[in-house]
Write a new protein. Sequence first.
Length: 456
Amino acid sequence: MRLFKLFASLAAIAALTACVPATTADVSKSTTGDRITDLGQPVASGFGSGPAIGALRGNAEMAADFLDLNFRMESGRALPYLTRFEGPITVALTGAVPPVARSELARLISRFRAEAGIDIRQTSGAASITIDFQPKSKLRRAVPTAACFVVPNVTGLADYTRARNSAAVDWARLQRRERVAIMAPADSSPQEVRDCLHEELAQAMGPLNDLFRLPDSVFNDDNFHAVLTGFDMLMLRVHYAPELRSGMNEAEVAAQLPAILARLNPRGQGIGGSPKQLSPRSWISATQAAYGARSTTPAAAERMVSIAKAQGWSDTRMAFSLFARGRALTGKDIPAAVEAYAQAARIWRSQPGAAIHGAHADMQLAAFALSSGQFDTVLSLTDRAVPLARSHQNASLLASLLAMRAEAMDALGRSEEARAARLDSLGWARYAFGSDAQVRARMADIAMLARRGARG
C-alpha cells in the first residue's frame, strides 16, 4: 500500500511561501509565467528502464529483512505462511487505463524478468494480477489513506467493495496466491502511475509488509525511493527461489535463506551488518501523526525524535525523525528547521542505499537558501542532489531542484544557464505533476522564494 505519497517533495517550499505576503508584483502578470511561456511547450520527460540501485547490505541483515517483509503485515499482524504464485504470472489492465500505464508496465515487466527471474507477461484477458484504474475519489472512499493498494482474491475495485471485511480478502488466511487485484489511480500524473505500478505489483507478487528501517527499498512507507531497487529485485528473486514454496512457515523459510542468498547474492557474504529490530508501534503511530494531513504542531515529530533516541537508533529512522522535526518547524523556527534537515542529511549520507533521502533533505535546505538569498549555496546543494534525483528516477524531486537552480542562476546573472535549467525542469515537472496548472503552481512557489531572497 502506497502511503504518504510525495509528502516530502515541497514541504519547506509550501511552508515558506505561505509566510511570504502577497505583493502587487506577486499577483500581477508573473515574471515566472513569462519565463515559462518563453520556453514554449516542452514535452514531458520520462525515464528508461535504467540500471537499478544495487543491493548494498550484507546477506545476514537482508535475510532478517526478508522474514519481516514476508511474515508480517504493515499493521503489525503476523502472517502464518509464505504465499506466492506457483507458475507463470499474467498481468492485465482494466478500468480507465492512463496511456502512460502501458509503456510503464512493459518496462517494469522487462525488469522483473531480467532482474528478479520471474516468469511474468502481460495479457488482455483473465489474469493472475489485474490492475484496475479508477478515479482517486473512488479509491479514497474504499481506503482513505492509500494512493493505491493491493487485495487478494478479487478482480478489481467493484469486486473488492462487495468482498471487503470478508475472509476472502484476508491475506493472513491465504496459503497460495491465485488471483490478486491492484487498485490504482486513473487521474494521476505519469510519475504517480509509475510509482504505484512499481510498489503494488511487487507486493502483489512478493512481500506484503513495509519497513521504515530499510534505506534501499520501496518497501518503506517513507516513499523516498520511487522505483524498485536492486534490494527489492533481490527480495523478489529470493521469494521465487525453487527452494521455497507457498505454505512454508517462517522457521522453514529461515532455514533456507542463508544458502539461497549465498547463491543469488554472493557479494553479500562479505559485507558486515547486523539485523535490525522492528520499529515499535509507538514510533510508527507518531510517524503517521507527524506526516498526516491534519498535523499542525511539532508534537508528533518530537515524539518521533524522542523514541528514536530512546531506541538508540543512528540509522535511517533517526534521520526520518529529524526530517519530520524540520518539516514541523518550517515556518515556526527556521534556524531549528534548517539544523534538523542538515542533521538528517548527514545521517542519510552515511547509510548505504539512502543517498536519495539525503537529496530530499538537500532540496529542503536549498529552499531555505533560496528564500534567504544564498544563491551560491543553492547551486552547491543542487549540484549534489540533481545527479541523485536523475539516477533514482525521481522526476518530482528533479524538477524542483532544477527550478531552484534556474532561479539562483537568474539571480546571479547567469541567464542562459538559467534558461537551460528551467527548460529541463519543465519537462520533468510535466511527468511528475501532470497538468500545466500544477506545473505552473510549483514553479510559481519556487519563484516566490527567489523573490523573497532577492529582497533580502
